[in-house]
Design a protein around this ligand. Structure first.
Ligand code: GDP
Length: 373
């Protein structure tokens, strides 16, 4: 039952991603397999179901909730005769749509080309390998080689451009002086931009779509005469394409160089603990797990505990059955008090939040400017 629930939630998220990319979802298919089919990702029977549906409803695109190998993608495309999009491609597509600055555009373009390169495979190359190549050199082959070279050149160029920008951004970060730096991190759509807006009273784009924020926004914030820098970074997501983790180096450097992290969580989301783990995994990858962190549980206004009947022993007590009070206790003890529960929308508990941030920033500030005390 639990895996079924998980699957539904994963597909909810995929549907939300698809919606963000501008697609309308007609139908969902899921299958339980020990491991993905190496040739077609899903099994033969399931593929037939999908194929029948695609044909009947004239479906334009089929989206898979995982990264497909270039081979799988080609095989499935041949079977379904429509556009095949995997999770990585979908996320890259959304990033491409949302990239506002030339920096973000360069990052996304680089990630897209890196995704594309291994997929630029000639129709005949795999046959050639199988049959020894004689007479198999199809007419398309030289074109593909040319395409590959163009893409490789483009990647080299973009990497050079990124290096220059990274250097500029690193200098910019260096020029910000000794102010304490705080970074908002969290799964996508948890309310980071909203929180940024209410703290800094600035207008940052907030929208109920995934990845409204692509570029890092840095604002100078003052709480109780204490100035510090607050940055809002790109939202993290389960299975964030590795190409993106690499190319969003500067964006993630903002996190890496921060003195304090505010890890924002959408507690009203049934999978919020999975989200915390996904974010921690990325923080670990960029070696930022050990930073001082304040867990900010947002959207308490929207939290709904599922009805739980104490006498009903058949109901397994899963996370969603906890009350907000119980979650508070759990996380306060897990984080040694470094957790706070708020609603950025209704500003519930906002004074305590500001006080907590103030205290943590002040601690860091004092170690940096000991003579001002
Ligand atoms: P980000 O992707 O983490 O930057 O998230 P956003 O700030 O763009 O917010 C995502 C969505 O959640 C928006 O529709 C916000 O209005 C909504 N949101 C943000 N904070 C709260 C909150 O405290 N309660 C509720 N109910 N919704 C919120």
């Amino acid at each position: 039952k639990q895996t079924h629930e998980k699957m539904t939630e994963y597909l909810d998220e995929l549907e939300f991603l698809a919606y963000t990319a501008g697609a309308e979802v007609l139908k969902r298919f899921s299958q339980k397999l020990e491991r993905p089919n190496p040739k077609t990702f899903i099994g033969t029977g399931k593929m037939e179901d999908v194929a029948a549906y695609v044909e009947q409803h004239d479906v334009g695109t089929v989206i898979f909730d995982d990264e497909l190998t270039p081979g799988q993608q080609r095989n499935i495309e041949a079977l379904l005769k429509c556009k095949i999009v995997d999770r990585t491609y979908l996320i890259l597509d959304i990033f491409a749509q949302r990239a506002q600055t030339s920096y973000a555009r360069t990052q996304v373009e680089l990630a897209q080309y890196e995704y594309l390169l291994p997929r630029l495979v000639g129709l005949w190359t795999h046959l050639e390998r199988q049959r020894g190549g004689i007479g198999m050199r199809g007419p398309g082959e030289t074109e593909i080689e040319t395409d590959r070279r163009i893409v490789r050149d483009r990647i080299t160029l973009l990497k050079k451009k990124m290096k220059t920008i990274d250097k500029q951004m690193s200098t910019q970060r260096g020029n910000r002086g000794a102010l304490v730096r705080v970074a908002l991190v969290g799964y996508t759509n948890v309310g980071k931009s909203t929180l940024m807006n209410v703290i800094s009273k600035s207008k940052v784009f907030a929208e109920n779509k995934l990845f409204a924020t692509l570029d890092t926004t840095v604002r100078k914030v003052v709480i109780g005469n204490l100035p510090f820098l607050l940055s809002d970074t790109v939202g993290f997501i389960r299975k964030l394409p590795t190409q993106l983790v690499d190319s969003f180096k500067s964006t993630l450097d903002e996190v890496r160089e921060a003195d304090l992290l505010l890890h924002v969580v959408d507690i009203s989301h049934p999978q919020f603990e999975d989200h915390i783990n996904a974010v921690n995994k990325i923080l670990d990858e960029i070696k930022s797990m050990d930073k001082p962190t304040l867990m900010v549980f947002n959207k308490i206004d929207a939290y709904k505990a599922e009805a739980y009947d104490d006498d009903d022993l058949m109901v397994e007590r899963t996370g969603a059955h906890y009350s907000l009070e119980e979650w508070k206790e759990t996380w306060m003890s897990r984080t040694n008090g470094d957790a706070i529960f708020i609603s950025a929308l209704n500003k519930n508990n906002f004074d305590s939040f500001r006080k907590k941030v103030y205290e943590r920033v002040r601690e860091i500030h004092v170690t940096r400017f000991p003579y001002n005390e």
